[in-house]
Write a protein that binds this ligand. Structure first.
Ligand code: HEC
Length: 149
């Protein structure tokens, strides 16, 4: 093999690895965005009166949120060592320096969801549920989420 081919091959391999890492970062970001859809686009907007209270939508949002939160530990297993292009937030390197502590922030979110599931019946109980869940999301973001812009 001539030298040019080797160099081209190495460059291709490098580009492939970078793409794979970006893909991992995108998956992590998409999971968070999906959670935000349930908690902010549906639940928070209802608590603010921006959309009408809807029992079925509340229950769906809580079910989707529960399923997403269960995926956090596995989705963040690999360190992509890069942020999503143009993202507002990125993951701190601390996630992978202290993965056990990162993972320990997940069960409290799950408990907050389980505690309110099936019990939200009106706007007042939805507001309480929103606050109790969001506080637990923040407990992880405080340490492990970085504002990029
Ligand atoms: C165990 C830690 C952890 C928990 C729990 C957690 N997050 Fe995150 N979240 C992160 C990290 C790390 C980032 C930054 C990396 C990223 O965006 O993927 C993030 C980013 C985000 C972002 C910004 C996405 C963007 O780039 O625009 C939103 C929105 C978000 N989380 C919502 C939530 C919601 C809602 C909950 C609770 C239901 C939650 N998160 C629970 C770790 C967590």
């Amino acid at each position: 093999m001539n030298r040019t081919m080797i160099v081209a091959g190495t460059l291709l391999l490098g580009a492939g690895a970078v793409m794979a890492q970006q893909e991992i970062a995108v998956q992590q970001d998409n999971l968070m965005r999906s959670q935000a859809k349930s908690l902010y686009t549906v639940i928070q907007k209802m608590t603010k009166g921006e959309i009408p209270y809807n029992q079925k939508a509340v229950e769906e949002a809580l079910t989707n949120l529960e399923a997403d939160v269960a995926k956090i530990a596995k989705t963040f297993e690999v360190n992509p060592k890069q942020d999503v292009v143009d993202a507002n937030y990125g993951a701190s390197q601390k996630v992978w320096q202290n993965k056990a502590d990162f993972d320990s922030k997940i069960p409290p979110v799950q408990k907050a969801i389980a505690d309110v599931k099936g019990k939200v019946k009106n706007l007042a109980s939805l507001k309480a549920a929103y606050a109790s869940i969001n506080d637990r999301c923040k407990d992880c973001h405080e340490t492990y989420r970085v504002k990029l812009k």
